[in-house]
Design a protein around this ligand. Structure first.
Ligand code: GDP
Ligand code: IMO
Ligand code: MG
Length: 429
């Protein structure tokens, strides 16, 4: 049993990562987010009480664990504080949150530029969450971003913000014909956030490595998913970070050889929010049914999620890139009433099976999914807690998923609640 476990999305996000992070957090000493920002929306359900998290790690509902926001995350201080306040108001202890001094800060101009850039793309829009994520990562790469260590240093923040707002105002006015931003107003609002966050800031790289060396167990919580990765996803319809196992090393300061186990979370069917290719999408009554019965509406934006049959090709691809050891399958219960279920097990182009995920979206658009059809199990799985007790047809579906993706199934979810979980392998973490 390893000391570190990574939980990642294996499709286009919203696979149910938060649910499994909350489950495994009970066995961890530290839970750390490593990439992305408040574009993530992880919903946890404990005793039928729902919690929606965007920046705070999904381990927060397990008492006495460090919940780390790593250096690879882009942090909107206003969103983080709102989330901390709302958790505190519900009696959740947030005192063990730790924020990396190297994480980059999302500021108001990032959100404004996110929206303006989307508008200017017209029908080529990405369908971003509008949270300023990509503009913040752009500033990081452009070396004009503001890091948490500078954000909480009054003098540094004032000077850096002044310079950056001058730069952004040129773009806002000259490119987008937008009103300039007021430096003093933003400074005074954000200084207040910095004052509140200062006690939580530390060198999380040292914290994580020291704890690991002391024999503690760390759970890394992925946000987004492989197909939204800026290198491996359906570029340009992707996010701006690396939601793959490699991103954990970069986003937390952990050496690759210290990653022991990786779980790729996969929903029993596939969904996507925002624009971009989605070969198994069902723009018909099946898609409507999945959306309705699976409650497929975005946590962050409330947008209806696009829905379709499980695309096992992208899960297999995610497995290669991140070295996924186990699949964590969620939402099996949504198929409880289906007569027939399909799974895409390969892609064809011009009648020939292809062995890769096409890089070119022009080629990706020509992909024909090869489906296998499974008989439904037509019974309630939501109360099942042992793999053996699952209906035969559900096992057949899961076994085929494991076969096509070349990955064993480690854990299964049959409902949103923490206890609606079937542990297939007890020795994962
Ligand atoms: P994440 O972003 O990957 O953490 O996933 P989201 O939280 O955005 O979306 C997953 C949704 O499915 C949440 O509302 C969960 O409460 C819910 N969920 C997770 N697992 C299950 C399950 O096995 N069955 C059902 N019915 N809902 C689930
Ligand atoms: P979780 O962690 C689903 C999508 C957006 C858009 C694209 C780029 O909950 O799985 P961005 O705002 O990141 O620039 O948007 O990525 N996207 C997500 N889709 N789940 C997420 O996170 C997502 N985070 C970003 O919808 O298509
Ligand atoms: Mg989500």
């Amino acid at each position: 049993m390893g000391k570190t476990l990574v939980i990642l999305g294996s499709s286009w996000g919203d696979e149910g990562k938060g649910k499994f992070v909350d489950y495994y957090a009970q066995k961890a000493d530290i839970i750390s987010r490593v990439a992305g920002g408040s574009n993530a929306g992880h919903t946890l359900s404990i005793d039928n009480v729902e919690y929606k998290l965007r920046l705070v790690p999904s381990g927060i509902l397990c008492k006495d664990k460090f919940c780390v926001i790593g250096n690879g995350v882009v942090v909107d201080p206003k969103v983080l504080l709102e989330e901390m306040d709302s958790l505190s108001a519900r009696g959740v202890d947030v005192s063990k949150i730790r924020l990396s001094n190297r994480a980059h800060v999302v500021l108001p101009y990032h959100q404004i530029l996110d929206k303006l850039s989307e508008e200017s793309r017209g029908d080529k829009k990405i369908g971003t969450t509008g949270r300023g994520i990509s503009p913040c990562y752009i500033d990081k790469a452009d070396r004009i971003g503001i890091r948490v260590c500078d954000f909480i240093d009054k003098e540094e923040f004032a000077a850096r913000l002044k310079f950056t707002i001058e730069q952004k105002n040129i773009i806002l006015q000259k490119v987008y014909n937008h009103a300039p931003l007021n430096y003093e107003e933003i400074l005074s609002e954000y200084e207040g956030y910095a004052d509140r966050l200062r006690p939580y800031v530390c060198d999380t790289i040292t914290l994580l490595n020291e704890e690991l060396n002391a024999g503690k167990k760390i759970l890394f919580e992925g946000a987004q998913a492989t197909m939204l990765d800026i290198d491996y996803g359906t570029y340009p319809y992707v996010t701006a970070s690396h939601p793959v196992a490699g991103g954990v090393c970069v986003g937390a300061g952990i050496a690759p050889k210290k990653i022991d186990t990786v779980i790729g979370v996969v929903k029993a069917y596939t969904t996507r929010v925002g624009e971009g290719p989605f070969p198994t999408e069902q723009l018909n009554e099946i898609g409507e049914r999945l959306r309705k019965e699976g409650h497929e509406f975005g946590t962050v934006t409330g947008r209806p999620r696009r829905t379709g049959w499980l695309d096992a090709c992208v899960v297999k691809y995610a497995g290669q890139i991140s070295g996924i050891d186990y699949l964590g399958v969620t939402k099996m219960d949504i198929f409880d009433t289906f007569d027939e279920i399909k799974m895409c097990v390969a892609y064809k182009i011009d009648g020939k099976i292809i062995n890769e995920i096409p890089a070119s979206l022009k080629v990706f658009a020509q992909v024909e999914p090869v489906y296998e059809t499974f008989e439904g199990w037509k019974c309630d799985t939501s109360k099942i807690r042992n793999y053996e007790d699952l209906p035969v047809n559900a096992k057949k579906y899961l076994e085929r998923m494991a076969e096509v993706t070349g990955t064993k199934i480690g854990i299964i979810s049959v409902g949103p609640n923490r206890d609606q979980t079937i542990v297939v392998d007890e020795n994962i973490f």
